[in-house]
Design a protein around this ligand. Structure first.
Ligand code: KG4
Ligand code: ZN
Length: 331
């Protein structure tokens, strides 16, 4: 089955062609430069950028994939920003109608949960950690389409914490890659930031960690650059990675998972990838890490889920755009 995927939920305009689990093209046009001066995504600007970019991005994805008849068009119907979601939905449904093929609305979070399946053979049940600018969800997946959200963030998403702390450090937006790069040269033991654990719950919380970074800077004034900056970045990154990894591995043990997968922009983080690999292997689990392009927002994961939905027993509906769409099971 050959599916065109369209992803426009936030600030990446993406289109991809996936054929029987193989990624034939995955074009991502990032709007980061447009939103950078505002240090965050401006929804109205994002909608206009998607409108301007979606045509050329789809054309490129189709031409890179080469000849072949499409069987369906899958688009992200939520969660995300309403304007951007509508652009993808209208583009997807229009193309599907013109081509005379099915249109399928896909949950963006399900895309992140299953993205690893494009590169790895997944074994079920699995525990998925979805960490991005808008989400931090720990999910038990018994099979494709059978999910239970065990826990989520009670305040900031992991990526949001990265972006806000990067700002405190005087770094640019998005903050995740900026901190990741500097942390590589820093000592993770430089500052002992707290590991917020929320005992007895699968939820996460990052606001306390963010506040302790703020207090540390207040109590230790002076320029934040060079070795000091690298140490701060590495110490913050270590605290986030340990918090995420400990709970994920504990959930894998508790629910008898066979695999651990991670997805979302923060899953591109070097330390999170390394630490998850180490601790999961030590506990006897295999970690299926998607390549970085499949961690951040991309349309290949949407096409992949669209194809799975079409192969399922229940006929998927096109579905309206829903900014607050929850991750739910198919049946
Ligand atoms: O999944 P994504 O591309 O978009 C959303 O759905 O939010 O995630 C974007 C988030 C941003 O907060 C960004 O700072 C973070 O992912 N991010 C990273 C890294 N690359 C992107 N965080 C930590 N380390 C990275 N290497
Ligand atoms: Zn995302």
């Amino acid at each position: 089955m050959r599916v065109l995927g369209i992803e426009t939920s936030c600030d990446d305009t993406s289109a991809a062609v996936v054929s029987d689990g193989r990624v034939l093209s995955n074009v991502v046009s990032s709007q980061a430069a447009v939103h950078r001066p505002f240090r965050g995504v401006v929804p109205e600007l994002a909608s206009r950028q998607h409108l301007a970019r979606i045509g050329p991005v789809v054309e490129r994805a189709l031409s890179e994939a080469g000849r072949g008849r499409l069987d369906a068009v899958a688009y992200t119907r939520g969660p995300g920003l309403m304007g951007p979601l509508l652009v993808g939905k209208v583009a997807g449904q229009t193309l599907a109608r013109l081509l005379g093929v099915r249109a399928v609305g896909v949950n963006h979070l399900e895309g992140h949960v299953l993205a690893a399946g494009l590169e790895h053979r997944l074994r079920w049940p699995l525990i998925a950690l979805v960490v991005s600018g808008g989400h931090t969800e720990l999910v038990l997946a018994r099979a494709p389409g059978r999910y239970r959200v065990l826990g989520r963030t009670r305040d900031d998403a992991a990526g949001e914490a990265y972006d806000k702390v990067a700002r405190l450090f005087g770094l640019g937006y998005p903050g995740g890659p900026e901190i990741d790069e500097r942390a590589a040269k820093g000592d993770p033991g430089a500052v002992d930031f707290p590991r917020p654990s929320l005992e007895g719950s699968w939820d996460f919380s990052f606001s306390g960690l963010k506040t302790s970074v703020l207090y540390h800077l207040r109590d230790h004034p002076g320029p934040v650059r060079g070795k000091r900056l690298a140490g701060l970045c590495a110490s913050f990154q270590e605290a986030v990675a340990e918090t995420l990894v400990d709970k994920t591995v504990a959930a894998a043990k508790r629910f008898g998972a066979k695999d651990i997968v991670i997805g979302g922009g923060v899953a591109a983080n070097s330390r999170l990838r390394a630490l998850m690999g180490e601790r999961a292997r030590a506990a006897g689990f295999a970690v299926r890490l998607p390549s970085r392009l499949l961690c951040t927002d991309n349309a290949a994961m949407i096409a992949h889920v669209g194809a799975l939905l079409l192969r399922g027993r229940r006929a998927p509906r096109a579905g309206r755009a829903d900014p607050a769409l929850a991750l739910s099971s198919w049946a």
